[in-house]
Design a protein around this ligand. Sequence first.
Ligand SMILES: Cc1ncc(COP(=O)(O)O)c(C=O)c1O
Length: 419
Amino acid sequence: MSNLPDTAKLGKNGQLEIGGCSCADLARKFGTPLYIIDEATVRNRCRAYVQSFRQSHPNTEIAFACKALCTTSVVRLVASEGLGLDVSSGGEIYTAKKAKASLNHAYFHGNNKAEDELKFALQSGVGRMVIDNFDELNRLEKAAREIRKTANIFLRINPGIEAHTHEYIKTGTVDSKFGVPLAQLDAVVQEAKNKKNIQLVGLHAHIGSQILDVQPFVDETKLLLDLIDKYGLNELDIGGGIGIPYLENEAVPALEDFARQIGDVLKNRPEIKLILEPGRSIVGQAGVTLYTIGGIKDIPGIRKYIFIDGGMSDNPRPILYQAKYAATIVSKASQPRTDKVTVAGRFCESGDVLIKDIILPKVEAGDTLAVFCTGAYNYAMASNYNRVGRPAMILVDNGKAALVVRREAYEDLTRNDLC
Ligand SMILES: Cc1ncc(COP(=O)(O)O)c(C=O)c1O
């Protein structure tokens, strides 16, 4: 199926396996809810991005958007594949340092970076500071001056390109909190060029996430190319990557096609450095979350709810974006699907519904549910709502499972309470 990790298969007795490990065994050994990340899928996606983009435009850097999934182990993994990093907070920079990733190839984003974060980034050797607005430019100059550093910067522009995606994650429209509006760009570029301690090297834009159409990226690249030519710059950063198939057989553009169309815009311009910052499409499909089904509540003629031991605190995307997910019962993955159910979380919000009306093999209390495509913006956006600890995370590969994030215990929840 198109929405599973690359190593997913049906093993003994039709049971779901990922990375050569039985999901039922993983649930027994590590408990649930449990985030599983398939190492091979992450590596395959990193390699596919690097190869297809370098083939169509050799002067390309792929930087993993840490916001999608930022743990020391995942950062170390993508860095070992030669990817740079898109970071958007002091905490992500700190994690990258702990992972011993090179920050030379890091791009620091955000619309309101604090002065201490700017200094931390400069002192840590972050390669490019992506400046969102005029005030931030001034703040960066002050920070750089005070610590006697020169900051290499990109200006983030608001390209006014509307990509077809969910409204809450649409960032490239004219009315947006992100980026310098085109009408103000001449003035901000001039100001950046006049500043000591600041070196303007390129432009950046990000038109949204989970975009399933290549054309908006092509338009964005053309616009950025015109602008960097106008201002005599050499680097352009087109932001996040292509969307992923959350549901079985959901159509997504092929990566090679995406790369070829962007490469065509930059044909005959080998001197231009292209940067792309995929997050979701690197780790999204590598992730599967396991839950234990507790109660089942059948309201005849209305709906049959199955209750899981997690929900909106480990995966807030359905309640935030009405995101859709696919799932199966790990020990019945090869059985016919006959049971129409709604997967509801354990949290005190009636909107805490992970999947509405999904048809599963016959569901019983105690079954382990696997929800697919949960590698991106799940753990990264998780909370402690209702004072529930965040789940553990394991990395699976070739029949081995490594615990990379431990499950939060009650003591973790009260650690910062001072009295
Ligand atoms: C500036 C920037 N770059 C990259 C990304 C990653 O996007 P995606 O996960 O869709 O590849 C985002 C996500 O919102 C972003 O804001």
